[in-house]
Ligand binder design. Structure first.
Ligand SMILES: Cc1cc2nc3c(=O)[nH]c(=O)nc-3n(C[C@H](O)[C@H](O)[C@H](O)COP(=O)(O)OP(=O)(O)OC[C@H]3O[C@@H](n4cnc5c(N)ncnc54)[C@H](O)[C@@H]3O)c2cc1C
Length: 389
């Protein structure tokens, strides 16, 4: 057994870092999170949790919270962007029977609050930005922007797509612009027609773009994610406020419902993200430091698997620390169990944009979409999957 007093530092208090922390607590450890931001904050947007993630969250004790704060879409509906014709309705009522867990949609802030409440603010240091890391066989030294250092036995680097730990210890090639751009906002449901508040996940498709909407917070808000293409991402900031007029230009001539969504967008709360990718890594562990979540395997959001896979990582990390006799073995079990699965999610998610946007949407009328459950992605259970021991 690993000594449960072993100091474990987690860099980054996003979904990945918090779930890893909670899973390690469940295994008896007392990890500490170092977070760059001065307070926990999530973008005003929704998030979907597919059954593979829900299974992990339920095992960490969040079943009741999710039932109370998330909704389960009845169907994922694909519409022709221009004509508004319903092309396919993918049944999501069957997730509990097929995968033994729900497919959920919820507000990101609700998910984050749920995780922080469980992990405990007392176990987090905010305003703590890592600037460099020195890795050794016995641990690592963390150097922070405020001039302080922390010596620790284990580092879990959950510091996101632009991970400093990844740059310094694993791969210093910069993230590449994928050519995809995401626009996100929440709209009060009262500003929209009845279609929007149905418990469907609605996706309007066209060549080179699509736009997704689904309700969160009961039926009070509708989450909108629009995905478009761009040749380059020149803005200095990788996310920026955007105008709805600009967004509307991408969807001119589209179905009435899409026009309604864009009209209803709050003028000052539409954000635009250039989506960046990094290549799959062969190595996730350097000495006593391991990568997790987007730091290890960032992916485009076309399958809604980025946070879900970070949750899988966290659950497996906790199981590995509970099962192993030494820290080195625990980190090896974690990485060996996760790498292949995460690389699959990464490559399929990155192809998802081409599948949804590259062809004429008419093709979806007769051809079943190669989506997440057709690819078997939902069938993974991080709680019971065999560890690579
Ligand atoms: C448009 C869009 C829609 C998406 N929809 C979904 C979805 O429906 N379902 C889904 O599963 N996924 C979705 N995702 C993906 C998901 O948001 C990410 O994969 C997930 O949030 C990654 O979590 P993380 O904890 O690994 O990284 P992050 O959320 O990036 O967290 C990293 C944390 O580390 C902190 N940090 C960074 N650097 C430092 C440092 N040097 N020192 C200290 N702290 C640091 C940051 O402040 C941050 O809090 C979507 C993504 C996009 C862009």
């Amino acid at each position: 057994m690993i000594d449960t007093e072993t100091p474990i530092a987690i860099i980054g208090g996003g979904i990945g870092g918090l779930v890893a922390g909670i899973a390690l607590q469940k295994a008896g450890f007392s990890p500490h999170i170092y977070e760059r931001a001065s307070k926990f904050d999530e973008v005003g947007a929704g998030i979907s949790m597919s059954p593979n993630a829900t299974l992990g969250l339920e095992a960490l004790g969040f079943g009741d919270y999710l039932t109370a704060h998330a909704n389960e879409p009845l169907e994922q509906r694909l519409y022709h962007g221009e004509t508004g014709e319903l092309l396919q309705a993918i049944d999501r009522r069957n997730c509990r029977d097929t995968y033994h867990a729900a497919y959920y949609q919820l507000h990101r802030a609700d998910l984050l609050n749920m995780l922080i409440d469980k992990f405990g603010l007392a176990n987090c240091t905010m305003d703590k930005s890592l600037t460099s890391i020195e890795s050794a066989d016995t641990g690592a030294r963390l150097n922070f922007e405020d001039g302080t250092t922390v010596q620790t036995a284990v580092v879990i680097a959950a510091d996101g797509l632009r991970s400093i730990v990844r740059d310094q210890l694993f791969d210093n090639s910069p993230p590449e612009f994928s050519g995809h751009v995401a626009w996100r906002a929440l709209v009060p449901a009262e500003k929209l027609g009845p279609l929007s508040v149905e418990r469907w996940n609605i996706n309007h498709l066209g060549k080179g773009r699509n736009i997704v909407s689904y309700p969160v917070r009961g039926e009070a808000l509708v989450n909108i994610v629009a995905l478009t293409k761009a040749d380059q991402w020149a803005e200095e900031s990788w996310n920026a406020k955007a105008s709805k007029e600009e967004l509307a230009q991408h969807y001119q001539g589209w179905a009435d419902y899409v026009g309604q969504l864009i009209d209803a967008l709050p003028a000052d709360q539409l954000y635009r993200w250039g989506l960046f990718i990094r290549k799959p890594l062969d190595k996730w562990v350097n000495g006593r430091t391991a990568l997790l979540g987007d730091a290890a395997h960032p992916m485009l959001p076309y399958m809604g698997q980025g946070a879900s896979s970070a949750i899988e990582d966290g659950v497996i990390l906790g199981r590995a620390f509970a099962a192993a006799d030494t820290i080195d073995t625990a980190l090896k079990i974690y990485a060996d169990t996760r790498r292949e699965r995460a690389s699959l999610l990464q490559s399929e998610s990155n192809l998802g944009g081409e599948r949804l946007q590259a062809i004429n949407p008419d093709a979806f009328r007769d051809t079943p979409i190669k989506n997440e459950d057709a690819l078997g992605i939902f069938a993974y259970d991080p709680v019971t999957v065999a560890l690579a021991i």
